[in-house]
Write a protein that binds this ligand. Structure first.
Ligand SMILES: *[C@@H]1O[C@H](CO)[C@@H](O)[C@H](O)[C@H]1NC(C)=O
Ligand SMILES: *[C@@H]1O[C@H](CO)[C@@H](O)[C@H](O)[C@H]1NC(C)=O
Ligand SMILES: *[C@@H]1O[C@H](CO)[C@@H](O)[C@H](O)[C@H]1NC(C)=O
Length: 518
């Protein structure tokens, strides 16, 4: 009985209903695309795409905001992809190659979608347009070779194999650079980050200098009023440190990074990581109390050749509450070692072909650093300044059995929020509930999730629902300042009874309707 399921879902989620705009035909915008990209990335059906997939959505339809995206009679959707048939059968006479079959099987297993049943109209839904385009890109990779790392190379790859009419060479490149500028924009946010930089002999001086220039560019995404940034350089041993707790302004920090001496010897990644852990220990206790994320990013071009294994220091970092992230440069570093450095979190493992492409691919770290959630405690209060419209802040909270109340006070401008228990990033495109100024009660995590597509997806792609709620705050005006208080239980003035009443009324209406129909 679908009605009963609906009521069940309503009761579980309180008076809110889950929203997933990636499954709404004709939906568009940055949040929609980011949700699709993140979900497909996390499903691990496809290998890493060097940000090509997202850039294609921006090039083809401006994330669907171009009014021609959903023109009459065209079903390509946000990715403007109209070759659905070729993603279902890739040979003549309805033949499906084993490679494509295994992609279909992975999609079925992790997303619960039978790709052979998908119709062209389905591609009006952003998630389906994205998935079709992503299959096509993977087919291209298998038949034509890997996706280039650099934007110029990607432009040619796109024109040759993805977009074959209307737009011209250079269109992708121009759009991708726009997106890169936006992603590298200073966005503020509370974070403590230590970059751990390999200075071994295999790199060479000019590459080392170019890496430092990329790092100097990366740190510019932070506002040093809110973030602490340090750097450890190592080779045989640690050779230079820019302390995490420092008094440098942005100009000085960037100069210190650029002027770092090239040590040019062995690769003792363990020593570099241990020195970074020591830097985190020097932070004032208050920052840890507030749950400000601690991120260690290790840039390396090769396997360690001085023991112990960097995996040992990664575990020590994790024990100290530090998130480790690895960035491999070139092809003499094994994925295994990068994965050990990232504590087996493949979401925190990146790589790029060379020091030349690092300049552009560093954006992956920028995007990750901006979305690492703060983990404030129950009963705490936090304050944020958001400079631009659309700036966001992320949080992860462990929710007690009686739920939690979020009190949002807009001191200046306007900030709102979204929350979800699923393992996705909440945004206007995907949420279980919204957070507006004043009090918002978030019920305790559901034991069982509601039916249908949502449940299937949640069980398939993401890990099972957790006790942690993910919250995103988003600014709707320039220069907003907001305070967020977090309390255990329902402390809203209207009280806890509201949800029960809603459920009771709905259940009564349903019973009544069903009896009428009989
Ligand atoms: C940083 O400090 C230096 C020295 O005090 C000063 O010359 C420079 O203008 C400052 N830069 C910024 C961006 O505030
Ligand atoms: C990472 O995975 C490897 C191999 O599966 C395992 O031996 C190791 O203990 C894991 N490390 C962590 C920190 O989970
Ligand atoms: C909610 O539960 C916590 C313990 O988990 C308790 O400290 C708090 O007082 C409760 N709040 C309400 C409003 O019931």
């Amino acid at each position: 009985m679908p009605g009963a399921v609906l009521i069940f879902a309503l009761c579980v989620f309180g008076s809110t209903l889950a929203v997933d705009r990636t499954l709404e035909p004709g939906a568009h915008g940055r949040d929609v695309v980011e949700t699709v990209v993140y979900r497909i990335h996390r499903s691990r059906v496809f290998p890493d795409d060097r940000d090509f997939f997202r850039r294609v959505a921006y090039t083809e339809s401006n994330f669907g905001d171009d009014p021609r995206t959903y023109r009459n009679g065209y079903y390509g959707g946000i990715w403007q992809f109209d070759g659905l048939k070729t993603t279902q059968h890739d040979g003549p006479y309805d033949v499906i190659t084993p490679q494509l079959k295994s992609i279909h099987a992975a999609i079925k297993q992790r997303m619960g979608i039978d790709w052979m049943q998908v119709k062209k109209e389905d591609l009006l839904k952003p998630f389906y347009s994205g998935l079709a385009a992503r299959i096509h890109i993977e087919q291209t990779r298998l038949s034509r070779g890997p996706i280039p790392d650099d934007i110029h190379g990607q432009d040619i790859y796109w024109k040759d194999w993805y977009h074959t009419h209307e737009m011209k060479y250079g269109d992708y490149e121009r759009r991708a650079y726009e997106l890169l500028e936006e992603d590298m924009r200073t966005a503020g946010g509370k974070l403590d980050m230590v970059m751990v930089v390999d200075g071994s002999a295999s790199i060479g001086l000019s590459n080392f200098r170019s890496a430092l220039a990329s790092l100097a560019r990366l740190v510019n995404i932070f506002d040093l009023q809110e973030a602490n940034v340090g750097m450890v350089t190592y080779s045989d041993k640690v050779t230079s440190i820019i302390p995490l707790v420092n008094e440098l302004n942005m100009t000085q920090l960037q100069a210190a990074i650029r002027q770092t001496r090239y040590p040019c010897s062995n690769t003792n990644t363990y020593a570099g990581m241990m020195a970074a852990i020591d830097e985190f220990k020097k932070l004032p206790g208050a920052r840890k109390e507030l749950g400000i994320p601690q991120l260690m990013v290790v840039f390396t071009d090769g396997e360690h050749n001085v023991e112990p294994d960097p995996g040992v220091s990664a575990v020590k970092a994790a024990e100290a509450g530090i998130i480790t992230c690895s960035f491999g440069i070139g092809n003499s570093i094994h994925d295994d070692e990068l994965l050990r450095i990232a504590n087996n979190e493949s979401d925190f493992k990146f790589n790029t072909n060379s020091y030349d492409t690092l300049t552009e691919q560093i954006v992956l770290i920028a995007r990750r650093a901006k979305t690492v959630p703060q983990t404030p405690k129950m009963g705490s209060e936090t304050e944020e300044t958001l400079k631009e419209i659309g700036d966001k802040r992320y949080y992860r909270l462990g929710v007690p059995d009686n739920g939690t109340t979020i009190i949002l006070i807009n001191e200046r401008g306007e900030t709102r929020g979204y929350w979800t228990y699923s393992n996705e990033r909440p945004s206007s495109a995907f949420y279980d509930g919204v957070i507006t100024a004043g009090e918002t009660f978030i019920p305790p995590p559901p034991q069982r999730v509601s039916s249908g597509e949502v449940r299937q997806r949640r069980e398939a792609i993401q890990d099972p629902p957790k006790r942690d709620v993910m919250i995103a705050l988003e600014s709707f005006s320039t220069d907003s300042r907001v305070r967020m208080k977090i309390a255990a239980g329902d402390v809203t003035t209207s009280g806890a009874t509201r949800v029960d009443v809603t459920c009771f009324v709905l259940a009564t209406v349903l019973t009544f309707t069903v009896s009428l129909l009989k």
